[in-house]
Design a protein around this ligand. Structure first.
Ligand code: DX5
Ligand code: ZN
Length: 216
């Protein structure tokens, strides 16, 4: 099976949002990745519910929502109401991670847990069997267009071992600096989903950029 591709909306042209969503709709992309930043958990602010709601109305791809906020549990209800398929919360932002994952499932969404580059995968040992996805950050969260952190490749190996040990169904998604040079390494490492922002949206042919990732 080829990898799934989740283009990151953060790199879209916000003055032409409808055009860019339609571009994603007509591409081979599998999901749409939406980055919510609160200026507290990460040193940047992206967009919030008014934008999410407008995008959800016109986007035909399943929504993969990535919360880079403190207290993401506060937003479970509203994210479910959007019709989101996946809600990703940061391990580092959740004191009661098990409760938050449970809340996400009860609202009918898949639950993803995201790890910052410096957080070891072993921190998920006691929750991995409840997760639908683990999102490994391959840059420090907060900004698009950053350089890929190569330690992510060995982290993927350790995560695969953890998933196998617990017979978990969790998929592996990687986010940050995924482009022409790094994507083949991720495909070889066996990731399930690649998030990619600037590589897709700043390409002269975004459909071709998505196809490149899908055909690795
Ligand atoms: C970073 C975000 C990413 C970002 C990726 O905090 O989580 O989703 O948009 O952008 P690129 O692909 O440009 O690194
Ligand atoms: Zn993201």
């Amino acid at each position: 099976m080829s990898v799934l591709v989740s283009p990151s909306l953060l790199a879209a042209d916000f003055a032409n949002l409808q055009r860019d969503i339609e571009m994603i709709n007509s591409s081979e992309a599998d999901w749409l990745h939406m980055d919510i930043m609160d200026g507290v958990f990460v040193p940047n602010i992206s967009f919030g519910f008014p934008v999410l709601e407008s995008v959800a109305k016109i986007c035909k791809k399943p929504l993969d929502v990535h919360y880079m906020t403190v207290h993401p549990e506060q937003y479970v209800e509203r994210t479910a109401k959007l019709g989101a398929m996946m809600m990703n919360v940061h391990y580092e932002a959740c004191v009661h991670l098990h409760r938050t994952v449970d809340k996400i499932h009860k609202r009918g969404m898949k639950a993803g847990v995201t790890l910052n580059p410096s957080t070891p995968v072993i921190m998920l040992e006691d929750i991995i069997s409840d997760l639908d996805m683990v999102l490994l950050m391959s840059v420090n969260p907060g900004f698009g267009g950053q350089k890929f952190i190569f330690n992510t490749l060995s982290k993927i190996e350790r995560l695969k071992e953890l998933i196998a040990k617990h017979n978990s169904k969790a998929l592996i998604e990687v986010d940050g600096g995924v482009q022409q040079e790094t994507a083949p390494l991720l495909a070889k490492a066996g990731v399930d989903i690649m998030v990619s922002g600037s590589f897709i949206f700043q390409s002269s042919n975004p459909h071709e950029a998505v196809r490149f990732l899908k055909n690795l």
